[in-house]
Design a protein around this ligand. Structure first.
Ligand code: HEC
Ligand code: HEC
Length: 441
């Protein structure tokens, strides 16, 4: 076990003790499909109808029977090697289709390197996974079933043979696809079910539709900061056509810079991918179960500028999907805001859009309240409880807060900084001046 994996194991143990202990264990049964697992109506304020028409693939049209079969499969632990882990173990509808763990636990109680994102609204993702290594929901579903530490099936043939031996499945596949179970139809049915998990209908959506009372005064202040001083909108873009709070791009915002040894890991990954042919399963293995996970988008493109870059995530329903970032390293929304406020964590591949923000504590509170307004009505009661819980933690525990860095008084922009990047930029005070007065003296 490397030092990093050891620290991760400790962090997960601490997290589980902290969050009530034993919420997940190797013997935890797969969740059952309840009310929150049902296909959702598309009749929701804020739902992007035109975009929806574009994203349903012509080769896999929706049908009620296919969705029902996909739902069966999504909740069925028999898709895993020892009948313990279903998709729903890590994407539990009662937890906003996540597991609410820093990183996910698969077969034999093994933990991976990445945080499970939600399936809600995932049909609109331009690519799937934190590094975009799968183009579609169909391609995505192929991976976890065969990943050795997620569902652990040895190969496609074994999965198909297992389903073929279950008479109910044999009959359903025949009636939906007109043929016996095949791996391509397994993932097609699962994807069709996922495409019914739509979660708009938030206070923000109603506000944008013209109900000016849908947001509180504090949330309106937060929305202004989101667009202005917070610079959130520059990556987490919203517009009526793509109301998804993402630019569909990949950025290094300094999350993995805490621990990553980027250059040696990049060399190791290139050598392994060249050797193993660099296919989808090999990249999946590196991402889920090795320290090379932190290379992010680089594993897919092999471009140096993608080192440590991850997909800009949708910001809807965040108070169901804690903890945050690709490695689940931040416990609360306030911690993510403190991360941005101090200008992220310095590293040679840091995105140019990550700079100290100079936000006050009140402004961070306003942003956190605004983010609650992106919660779908169906989940609001649950999200409000989590918002209150995180608010209470934020009054006493702020491990990422660095007010001096946020105000431009230290770090790359301030005096007395002796790190590897030098004091090369204007400080926060200077940035607030007329830009024309800064250069040339
Ligand atoms: C052991 C836990 C685990 C299991 C089981 C699992 N997932 Fe995931 N899922 C994850 C993790 C972790 C990620 C993120 C991995 C990454 O990005 O590298 C993920 C990513 C995804 C995504 C991409 C979402 C996004 O925003 O990019 C979808 C969709 C998804 N899983 C669906 C499924 C389906 C369908 C199944 C069953 C066939 C499944 N998952 C099984 C943990 C799991
Ligand atoms: C330069 C682009 C960029 C900017 C600016 C930016 N983000 Fe992000 N955001 C990202 C990326 C990329 C990720 C995923 C990073 C990772 O996990 O490594 C992310 C992740 C997040 C997450 C975690 C989501 C999850 O599901 O875990 C939150 C919350 C968030 N951003 C909020 C904000 C807020 C609030 C602001 C403004 C203060 C902001 N972001 C500004 C690119 C950006």
């Amino acid at each position: 076990m490397s030092v990093r994996s050891f620290i991760r194991a400790l962090a997960i143990a601490a997290f589980m003790a902290f969050s009530g202990g034993g919420r997940a264990s190797a013997t935890m049964p797969a969740p059952k499909p309840d009310e929150l697992a049902q296909p959702k109506s598309v009749d929701q304020p804020g739902f992007p109808e035109q975009l929806y028409k574009w994203v349903i693939p012509a080769h896999n049209p929706q049908s009620a029977a296919k969705v029902a079969l996909g739902k069966e499969l999504f909740f069925d632990p028999r898709l895993s090697v020892d009948n313990t882990v279903a998709c729903a173990n890590c994407h539990d509808p009662d937890k906003g289709f996540t597991d609410q763990l820093p990183t996910s636990m698969g077969v034999h109680g093994k933990f991976g390197q990445r945080n499970a994102p939600t399936v809600l609204d995932a049909l609109f993702n331009i690519e799937q996974f934190w590094d975009g290594r799968a183009a579609t929901l169909e391609d995505q579903a192929e991976q976890p079933i065969l990943n050795p530490i997620e569902m652990g099936m040895p190969d496609e043939k074994t999965v198909v043979a297992k389903l073929d031996s279950i008479p109910e499945y044999k009959a359903s596949f025949r009636s939906v696809f007109g043929s016996d179970p095949a791996y391509a139809s397994v993932v097609a049915a699962i994807a069709a079910y996922e495409r019914t998990q739509i979660a708009f209908d938030s206070p923000f959506d109603r506000y944008m539709a013209g109900d000016s009372n849908a947001l509180t005064a504090q949330q309106k202040r937060g929305w202004a900061i989101f667009n202005g001083q917070g610079r959130c909108m520059s990556c987490h873009g919203w517009n009526p056509t793509r109301p998804l709070f993402t630019d569909d791009r990949f950025h290094n915002i300094g999350v993995s810079a805490h621990s990553a040894n980027f250059v040696p890991h990049a060399r190791e990954a290139l050598a392994l991918l060249a050797h193993g042919g660099g296919g989808a399963r090999e990249i999946d293995r590196l991402a889920i179960s090795t320290d090379m996970s932190e290379l992010g988008r680089f594993l897919v493109t092999k471009q140096p500028h993608d080192i440590g870059a991850f997909r800009t995530m949708d910001l809807r329903n965040l108070y169901l999907t804690e903890p945050y970032f690709h490695d689940g390293s931040q416990a609360t929304i306030w911690d993510t805001l403190d991360h941005y406020n101090k200008g992220g964590v310095q590293n040679p591949y840091l995105d140019g859009g990550i700079v100290p923000l100079g936000l006050s504590g009140q402004q961070e509170d306003d942003l956190a309240a605004f983010l609650l307004s992106l919660t779908s009505q169906r989940y609001m009661a649950q999200a409000e409880k989590e918002y209150q819980r995180q608010f209470r933690i934020s009054r006493t525990t702020r491990p990422q807060r660095d007010t001096a860095a946020a105000m431009g008084l230290k770090g790359r922009n301030g005096p007395g900084f002796s790190g590897p990047f030098g004091d090369i930029g204007p400080g926060q005070a200077a940035m607030n001046e007329n830009p024309a007065s800064l250069g040339g003296n």
